[in-house]
Ligand binder design. Structure first.
Ligand code: HGY
Ligand code: MN
Ligand code: MN
Ligand code: MN
Length: 428
């Protein structure tokens, strides 16, 4: 089979922009919140509609489709040496509440279009090429980020945890998975684990979710590392009571304990000595949530990250210390302090970085190496195969909100770099 890539790459790798834009727009309609926002939660009926949409596109591209026990969806283009470990590319389509329509989606629809681009160019893969849609990357429903890729990477702890994980409506993970047609007769989900050396490389196309590429008018980001994420669940309990009748000295207000801890998170992060340390309290729920009732319970979820793992872990220890000091000072009970995940960072593989760089050069696209401050399924796929990520610019770096936007030109640039990168890795 000829390596048709020797022809002029500019012309032979053309993206069908209008159909890709239409797909992005149509996929965004499978949402539980009004346009232009997107809300698409794991195993919800909108998620199931999105899955059907993606599987259909994979089929139309001639990919053979399979799904694993938790709904990771694979589409395979067999190579002429099918016994070699395949090259994998993909991302996620689940979307946190009131977010945008490009986060993750660009890496799933873009990977399918990259396959179409290669097929149209007459390319024949040596190593098979596979596209994956991870079953869920966002932590929204069960509080576990990158659930699909963590399982693929072989997390025994997660298999155990999923046996008793329930969502906010007390629906168990397995019941939710079964309602979407997965995890049929599966009690333990170790069937999801990837065999050793299943893939020779994994590449994810994603919007930058930061302002750098747009600010510097650079077309392509070559990701060298992904920051180390962690999340913590905290709950404070007090006696609550009547907002009018209970005098201040007699209170142990769980809500104020939570507020003080949130400010302590900010303080510890700012004291870390590096701009790369971030901390967020994105969830803070007060019970009973009545204006004239002193909060008797407060539930917070804390997200803290850093490109330097030990610096991040120091912040976590300080947060834990503050939580117990606050509970003593305020006479509230620290009824929960659970580190949900405390992951190391991931480094991209040199061989994949080189492939992405030479692809960008051959396509005459400006590019720069950079880190990813957002986490991605790539963080866990890096544990199973050489990993790389391709970033494209997004409007003002906006993400996780409805204003998220990338132009179809920028998306098409990313798809072409992905296509050429996959071709190089397939022939390597
Ligand atoms: O939060 C993140 O980093 C990812 O975009 N879910
Ligand atoms: Mn996201
Ligand atoms: Mn994402
Ligand atoms: Mn992500």
């Amino acid at each position: 089979p000829s390596n048709s890539l020797s022809v002029n790459k500019e012309s032979s790798l053309s993206v069908n922009k209008e159909s890709l834009q239409k797909q992005i727009d149509e996929l965004s309609t499978f949402s539980d919140s009004p346009a232009p926002s997107v809300t698409r939660i794991l195993y919800s009926e909108k998620d199931v509609m999105a899955r059907r949409f993606v599987k259909n596109l994979m089929g139309l591209s001639g990919l053979s489709v399979r799904e694993d026990a938790v709904g990771n969806i694979f589409g395979r283009w067999e190579g002429y040496e099918p016994e070699l470990a395949a090259v994998l590319s993909g991302s996620h389509v689940d979307a946190i509440p009131y977010s945008g329509k490009y986060d993750g989606v660009v890496g799933v629809l873009g990977a399918i279009e990259a396959i179409n681009v290669l097929k149209r160019s007459g390319f024949k893969p040596k190593k098979s090429l596979e596209v994956i849609m991870f079953t869920s990357e966002e932590p929204t429903r069960f509080g576990i980020s990158c659930l699909g890729s963590r399982l693929l990477a072989g997390s025994e702890a997660l298999v155990k945890a999923l046996k008793q994980t329930v969502d906010n409506h007390n629906i168990s993970f397995l019941d939710a998975a079964r309602s979407a047609g997965y995890a049929k007769d599966q009690e333990d989900l170790t069937s999801v684990f990837l065999e050793e050396d299943s893939y020779s490389a994994f590449v994810e196309l994603h919007i930058e979710q930061g302002p750098i590429l747009e600010e510097e008018s650079i077309s392509i980001g070559i990701v060298t590392a992904i920051a180390a994420p962690a999340s913590i669940k905290v709950e404070f309990k007090g006696n609550g009571g009547h907002a009018g009748a209970v005098l201040m000295p007699n209170r142990n207000d769980a809500g104020l304990a939570a507020a003080e801890l949130a400010l302590a998170v900010e303080k510890h992060v700012l004291d870390s000595g590096s701009i790369d340390t971030v901390g967020t309290v994105g969830i803070m729920e007060l019970h009973p949530g009545a204006i004239n009732s002193i909060p008797s319970k407060a539930h917070l979820q804390i997200d803290t990250r850093d490109i330097d793992e030990s610096r991040r872990n120091i912040v976590i220890d300080k947060i834990r210390q503050s939580a117990s000091t606050i509970s003593e000072n305020r006479g509230v009970q620290l009824s929960e302090f659970e580190i949900v995940n405390q992951d190391p960072p991931a480094l991209s593989e040199d061989s994949v970085i080189k492939a992405m760089e030479s692809a960008s050069k051959e396509l005459n696209l400006t590019h720069k190496k950079m880190i990813s401050r957002a986490y991605h399924d790539s963080l866990f796929m890096a544990r199973k195969s050489p990993m790389g990520m391709i970033f494209i610019p997004c409007y003002k770096g906006y993400s996780h909100k409805p204003e998220e936007y990338s132009s179809i030109e920028d998306i098409a640039n990313g798809v072409r770099v992905l296509a050429l990168t996959l071709a190089k890795l397939s022939l390597s």
